[in-house]
Design a protein around this ligand. Structure first.
Ligand code: P1T
Length: 387
């Protein structure tokens, strides 16, 4: 992968991986073509053409996306997958063996928790409150191999100190994996802070338009990359060429979108904080967030997701959600349109109720993904539904 890490974020977002091809017979496309061919012919039996043999192993459109994503995360290596969960599964298969121990943040996307609890049961996972890095170190066992965190977490926007946890990982020879879906590389670069592997659901901010599922894995470690790339091909949960194109198209405006998402999220958080029917607002850019200082230090912006609780019962939360007209009541996040959901019933229904309550996902906790619409329309919609 040829990556110029001296360029600015948006320059890389637009140009990395998409150099016009001026070789004889090429057309100089400014946008990388969608290479739909599943197989690539060769002139000499032993020599694949330009390294391409079969699309599961390597595809030019997917490779352009992998190069672009790597450039944005300051990584040497990138791999693209068919979904965030298939990216995560490939990491877990590639880097661990039966009996290995994982230390994971106790607040994670419900589907990620389900992988640890119900799919990768041949590994042992200890869930800890990683807002305090000491809890991570206390959970280390002789068979520990990997630490898995999201920061901010889904849906409680708790933060983990990536640098502090990277130091723990290094001391104990563990691999630190950070799910950077919520902030995207525009607001946070975990590899620069000492993480070994970054994973993404590119379905969210990277795709940005709620029209393409995808996942990615980024690293600077050639040994880890070799194992990951081997398993990307061996398992085969790769991103399709057309979907790679959609993700490439989305990324070009990532910086513009993230600025607006964060601006809208802050305005919504500030509005809700003053509303008498709202009991709690969680957003890392609010000074009321318990880890406001860490957010300021570790990230360059708080992203587009916030959570809040309204007064009353679950039925009040449902009535509020069903009264909205600009926000869509839907799972997912990171698209240009504002989405809102009830984690206890929707995204985190697969987490046991007792565990949900212990970590703070109450029945009336509502998660907002602020889109890039006009803020006055978003606030007016929240106001009418609250009233
Ligand atoms: O949906 P998929 O592309 O497979 O990505 C899974 C995933 C991984 N990591 C995080 C932090 C996520 O938020 C997700 C998916 N999350 C939702 C669908 C959601 O509504 O929270």
């Amino acid at each position: 992968m040829s990556i110029n890490n001296k360029q600015g974020f948006s320059t890389k977002a637009i140009h990395a991986g998409e150099k016009p091809d001026f070789r004889e017979g090429a057309t100089g496309d400014v946008v990388v073509p969608i290479h739909l061919s599943t197989t690539f012919a060769r002139a000499k039996t032993a020599v694949p053409t330009a390294g391409y043999e079969y699309t599961r192993s390597l595809n030019p459109t997917r490779r352009a996306l992998e190069t672009k994503l790597a450039a944005l995360e300051n990584a040497q290596y990138g791999l693209a997958f068919s979904s965030g969960l298939s990216a995560e599964s490939t990491v877990l298969v590639a880097l661990l063996k039966t009996g290995d121990h994982i230390i994971a943040f106790d607040d994670l996307y419900g589907g990620t928790k389900r992988l640890f609890n119900s799919v990768f049961t041949h590994y042992a996972t200890t869930f800890v409150d990683a807002t305090d890095a000491a809890n991570v170190e206390r959970a280390v066992q002789p068979n520990s191999k990997l630490i898995w965190i999201e920061t901010p977490t889904n849906p409680l926007l708790k933060l983990a100190d990536i640098r502090a946890i990277a130091d723990i990982a290094q001391r104990h020879n563990l691999i630190l994996v950070v799910d950077n879906t919520f902030l995207s590389p525009y607001f946070q670069k975990p590899l620069d802070l000492g993480a070994d592997v970054v994973v993404h659901s590119t379905t969210k901010y990277i795709g940005g338009h709620s029209d393409v599922l995808g996942g990615a894995v980024l690293t600077n470690d050639s040994g880890l990359y070799e194992k990951l790339q081997y398993h990307q091909n061996a398992i085969g949960a790769v991103l399709a060429p057309f979907d790679s194109y959609l993700a490439l198209r989305g990324i070009k405006t990532l910086a513009l979108r993230m600025e607006r998402h964060a601006q809208n999220a802050l305005a919504i958080a500030q509005y809700l904080e003053k509303h008498p029917k709202v009991t709690r607002v969680i957003y890392p850019a609010l000074t009321s967030h318990p880890q406001y200082e860490l957010a300021q230090r570790q990230t360059t912006g708080a992203g587009g997701v916030l959570s809040f609780e309204i007064k009353g019962e679950i039925s009040d939360a449902e009535r509020f959600l069903e009264s909205l007209t600009v926000f869509s009541l839907a799972e997912s996040l990171g698209g240009v349109e504002s989405l809102i959901e009830l984690p206890s019933v929707m995204t985190h229904a697969s987490v046991d109720k007792a565990v949900r309550e212990q970590i703070g996902i109450t029945d009336t906790l509502i998660r907002v993904s602020a889109g890039v619409e006009d803020i006055d329309d978003l606030i007016a919609d929240l106001a009418q539904a609250l009233n």
